[in-house]
Ligand binder design. Structure first.
Ligand code: FES
Ligand code: FE2
Length: 388
């Protein structure tokens, strides 16, 4: 279970591994995890899903209901997402075996009917949709309540964004507890230049709460900024908009969920709530449509990160990328090595947040592995504060 020790001799659990049966993977599987943007899956279509180092098939029945079943057909293992959705079932492309949303085989052309106790079934998993994301539950036993929490008091306009990052998921989790990086990654990187902030290091205080942790930070001359962490893997924060969609709606009340793809890659999901005056609604929708076109045309964060890490380009070459903010983070997280070697690092005073969150994770993962109770994270409506 142990990962590497750092230079102070502190020996952490293995944070990086999220596959089935790993201590960290077992812990993450206690919670619902987002697996796709709802807008990326039309009714009657299927997608391959790669999450926590496992593969699944996500499809929407013709009614619009999402289902998650096993990745491969029980017959001769072809990838089911290549098949066809038939009503609320999915039919394999290879020889037409058909499965319902519970994973039962309901048709096998040319063979005996599968029958109720057939071994021809495939696994199935609970799936739900909430505020523009589709979630799955991959743990043992009964799924917990869904949604686990309702963060926004008044839901107005919801925007969803998602990007793949070529680095282990826990490196972005650690980055979320590292406010110091804003002064470098996002100030010199370029995405925060529109905030008019010069390079400034914050004072930082991190503490544990009923729902997770809080990061309170303050740069000289500014108000206190309060960022919430709903553990295990959600950050709730007020953030400036991405490039080009800054004019309408102001800063977004956002929760960001970090989800492992495999151990060397992860996906970051943004769910944002914003207010737009009725008079500005038409202009807002036009602006958002233009932004979506730019995203679709732009090179992916993963591709650019690999190129920049290979020495082919620099962040300064991509200041007009619509997801500049994400590219800046992906370069630094990928630049640590796709799975960072923590035995090489030298933590200091500015890493207090990183160390504090690791201690909580270490405690929870060890508790689960030892068969002891884990902390029941309870959110009671706390709100983040802007602070600029
Ligand atoms: S592999 Fe799916 S029906 Fe044969
Ligand atoms: Fe960042």
């Amino acid at each position: 279970m142990d990962g590497t020790a750092d230079k102070s001799g502190e020996r952490w659990v293995d944070f990086a591994s999220a596959g089935p049966g790993t201590p960290g993977g077992n812990y993450l599987r206690l919670f619902w995890q987002p697996i796709a943007k709802a807008a990326d899956l039309e009714a009657g279509k299927a997608l391959p899903i790669h999450v926590m180092d496992e593969k699944f098939t996500l499809y929407r029945g013709e009614s619009g209901t999402p289902y998650v079943v096993g990745f491969r057909c029980a017959h001769r293992s072809t990838q089911l997402s290549t098949g066809w959705v038939r009503g609320e079932a999915i039919q394999c492309m290879y020889h037409g075996w058909t499965y319902d949303g519970a994973g039962s085989c309901i048709a096998r052309p040319g063979e005996d009917p599968p029958g109720p106790a057939s071994r021809a079934g495939i696994p199935s998993y609970p799936a739900r949709e909430h505020l523009g994301l589709i979630y799955g539950y991959f743990g043992d036993g009964e799924a917990p309540a869904f949604p686990a929490n309702e963060y926004f008091k008044n839901v107005e306009i919801i925007e969803n964004h998602a990007s793949d990052f070529p680095a282990n998921w826990f490196q972005t989790m650690e980055n979320h507890f590292d406010e110091t990086h804003l002064a470098f990654v996002h100030t010199f990187g370029g995405s925060h230049n529109n905030l008019g902030r010069a390079y400034q290091l914050p004072e930082m205080d991190i503490y544990e709460t009923d729902y997770g942790m809080v990061r309170e930070t303050q740069v000289p001359g500014s108000k206190l900024r309060k960022t919430l962490y709903m553990l295990p893997n959600i950050m709730r924060i007020l953030i400036p908009t991405f490039n080009d969609i800054a004019e309408i709606g102001g800063w977004r009340d956002t929760y960001i969920i970090v989800v492992p793809t495999d151990d060397a890659n992860h996906r970051v999901y943004f769910t944002q709530n914003l207010h737009v005056d009725d008079a500005d609604l038409g202009a807002y929708h036009d602006m958002h449509a233009r932004f979506a076109e730019k995203i679709a045309a732009a090179p992916s964060i993963t591709q650019l990160t690999h190129e920049i890490l290979a020495g082919k380009g620099h962040i300064n070459d991509y200041l007009d990328h619509p997801y500049l903010l994400l590219l800046e983070d992906a370069i630094t997280q990928g630049g640590q090595g796709q799975i960072v070697d923590r035995s090489l690092e030298l933590l200091g005073r500015t890493d207090a947040g990183v160390a504090a969150m690791r201690r909580v994770w270490d405690r929870e993962i060890r508790a689960l592995a030892d068969g002891k109770p884990t902390k029941d994270w309870v959110y009671k409506g706390e709100e983040p504060e802007l602070g600029f």
